[in-house]
Design a protein around this ligand. Structure first.
Ligand SMILES: [Zn+2]
Length: 85
């Protein structure tokens, strides 16, 4: 059996609430729907957020590599052109 312990951050006890973007009523952070107007809160889990950040990081790195490739190809073209002359 594995026991997962959740550490409580001391001195930073924020009320677990969120504001409905539709009617601006305070709701418990855990609820999925506004208790007042029934607005559904988008479910953004920590895992989903981390996956999104990881995907963005991968994309950025791939884009930087592509950019580097283009610069290298451009440099090779210059070198080749100089060699031809
Ligand atoms: Zn609401």
């Amino acid at each position: 059996m594995t026991t997962i312990r959740y550490k409580r951050k001391r001195g930073r006890e924020e009320a677990p609430v969120k504001v409905c973007p539709s009617c601006y009523v305070y709701n418990m952070a855990a609820v999925r729907m506004c208790h007042d107007c029934g607005h559904e809160f988008p479910r953004v889990t920590k895992a989903a957020r981390q996956e999104g950040e990881a995907a963005l990081k991968r994309w950025t790195e791939a884009e930087m590599e592509r950019q580097a490739d283009r610069e290298m190809l451009a440099a090779l073209e210059v070198v080749a052109a100089e060699g031809v002359e």
